[in-house]
Structures are given as structure tokens and as C-alpha cells.
Design a protein. Sequence first.
Length: 162
Amino acid sequence: MTKLVSVISLMSILMIFAACVPQNEDHDAVDPAPVPQTSASSASVMTAPPAPVSAPASSSSSSSSSTTATADKVIDVAMNDAGGNYVFEPGDLTFTTGETVQFNLSSENEFHSFVVDDLGIEVEVEGGETDTLTFTFDKPGVYTLICVPHETLGMVGTITVQ
């Protein structure tokens, strides 16, 4: 039995070795592709990549043409995640058409987002941080508010504009 195991082990090693050895013995060295040289003048022409198109979360947004709108109302929205209970507090918000609202968005422990796709609202807030969004609601309707990474865990609310 021991001889059989030894023979099988030896054969396995030989088969692995044979599989790793190339069949063609004619190996030519391959030279790497040349790297183009840059002069100091061409290096100074290089520019940084373009900045992202979307505005940072801390900037004010507005559905109207004015981005310096003063708020008619200030709402504190807590984006909670304690104990695996992911919720917006408050989760259901109601505003009137034409009302400008300043949202103070506070993320408890984890990264959260405040997203209303139909209104073009998208703010991301790191855990333990607070961000501000100012928005004018100029179109009546009922809109779904979601936290993108936690939507499937129930972090969904509504914004009603009357």
C-alpha cells in the first residue's frame, strides 16, 4: 500500500513537472517596448484630470435658477443606523409648492445618502458628519426619498409637495 501511494505521488509530481515545461525548446528573448522620453517642457504642459461634474454635497441646490435662495423652513433630518435600524427621522416630509427648505442632514455612524431621483437631489454624508442642502420645491407631487446603500434595509421616506 505504501509503495502504491509513493508511486502515485511520484507520477503526480512528474505529470505536473511535464505540464509546466514548454514543448517548444526554441525560446527567444523578448525585448520590452521602449518607454517614450518626455522633456521638461512637455512635462510642464501636462494637466490634472478634470474635476467631477457633480457639485459637492455641502453646496446648496435649488430647483429654481437662484442658488442663493433663503430658506422658508429649516428641517433637521437624522440619518440613523443604530442597532441595524436604518431610518430617516423624520421619514415623511410635507412642503408647499414654491417653498424653499434648508435641510440639515446628520449621519449617525455610517455613510448615508439623501436621494430623491425625481427631483435631482443627491447628497452624501459621511458617518458622524452633518451637511446642508437648500432646495426649492416648485413641482407638486409625492416623491420617494432613499438612502442608496441602505434602501433594501428600509431606509426610505417620502416627500410630499402640495
